[in-house]
Design a protein around this ligand. Structure first.
Ligand code: ADP
Length: 334
């Protein structure tokens, strides 16, 4: 096409300039060749780049994708750039799908593993009772208590799983508003007093007078406090102490700390405590009805408040789990 156009334009030049016929043809051919060569050099490498990029995208070879290296500006460059960006978007989406798939597989594996132990225990003790132990006064009560403990574990697991899946799929909406943190701390310590007493643990709270109103989702922060205080009781020995302390800091943040003098955690475990199903001592956690999900839930809730869980712990001496919340502005809180 370029050659034909060039021959015609060359002929036109020759006619206008009144040159002989063979000169028409030569000029046409020369112009045609030059136009074709220029078009070839200008277009073909970029078309090849677009084809290579499309081929790589089809084969999912995202690591070698190249953006256009020739000057920007014309439609072909825009097209190559769009193909390149499409490849990048696809790569990100595929990576995210793989991550979700791994997460789902790992999660389902963990959940079925967690379910197996209590279900086997309930089955085993029930069968033993039905096979005659029901009439044996020396064991029947303790077997029923073990069944009850395992059913409670299943119940805890169902609740924590429902909470974590709603949080992780983003279904759980945060309802952030000013609230009285001191009252909430009192409510939480009261609700766990019985549990602490059963284990012979002294539980108390320390909230200064005039603590300003905090800003956050009251019910979610209740969940955070319940998990932290419950752990401080669970991972403590008889005669131990648990204290919930609130403090108004100079930067107008309210710091809440749950302090215990229990078993503590060694530094190599601290960084992993908020991972789903991570437990330092699996059997101790299970015996206490633990699911290994409590601190993962705490981390998500604090994350939704743009806050982090702070952990300080010394094995054998105890732990402090803390977080901060902003004080509500005067007008909001009153
Ligand atoms: P669990 O249901 O096992 O208590 P969590 O997610 O609440 O799960 O806690 C994870 C692990 O962190 C626990 O199994 C325990 O090993 C450790 N842990 C949490 N709180 C404390 C604490 N106050 N003192 C010592 N260890 C703790």
């Amino acid at each position: 096409m370029a050659v034909l156009l060039a021959v015609l334009s060359g002929g036109l030049v020759a006619v206008v300039a009144d040159l002989p016929w063979w000169s028409d043809a030569l000029t046409g051919l020369a112009l045609g060749g030059a136009t074709y060569g220029a078009a070839h050099a200008w277009l073909v490498p970029r078309i090849n780049l677009a084809l290579t990029t499309l081929h790589q995208i089809r084969k999912h070879q995202f690591e070698n994708l190249q953006a256009t290296s020739v000057p920007r500006g014309d439609e072909l460059n825009t097209l190559i750039w769009q193909v390149y960006r499409t490849g990048q978007t696809l790569e990100n989406e595929i990576r995210e799908l793989k991550r979700m798939e791994n997460y789902r597989r790992e999660f389902i594996g963990n959940v079925s593993h967690e379910l197996k132990t209590p279900i086997f225990s309930v089955q085993g003790f029930t069968e033993t009772l039905l096979d005659g132990a029901l009439e044996d006064e020396s064991v029947n009560r303790s077997f029923l208590e073990k069944i009850m403990r395992n059913v409670n574990r299943l119940d805890n697991l169902a609740r924590d799983l429902s909470a974590i899946s709603r949080i992780e799929t983003g279904e759980l909406e945060m309802n952030v508003a000013p609230f009285d943190l001191g009252t909430l701390i009192e409510e939480v310590t009261e609700s766990l007093e019985m549990k602490a007493e059963e284990k012979n643990i002294y539980l108390r709270s320390q909230v200064p007078n005039g603590l300003p109103t905090a800003r956050g989702d009251r019910e979610r922060i209740r969940q955070v406090l319940v998990n932290l205080v419950d752990n401080a009781i669970k991972y403590n020995d008889a005669g131990g102490h648990v204290e919930v302390v609130a403090r108004h800091r100079a930067d107008d943040e309210i710091k809440v700390s749950v302090v215990d003098d229990g078993i503590g955690v060694s530094p190599d475990h601290v960084a992993r405590l908020t991972e789903r199903f991570y437990r330092v001592d699996k059997s101790r956690s299970r015996n206490q009805g633990g699911t290994g999900l409590g601190l993962a839930i705490v981390k998500h809730i604090l994350g939704a408040h743009d806050r982090e869980l702070q952990v300080e712990s010394t094995p054998g001496s105890g732990s402090t789990f803390g977080f901060t919340l902003p004080a509500a502005k005067k007008k909001e809180g009153t």
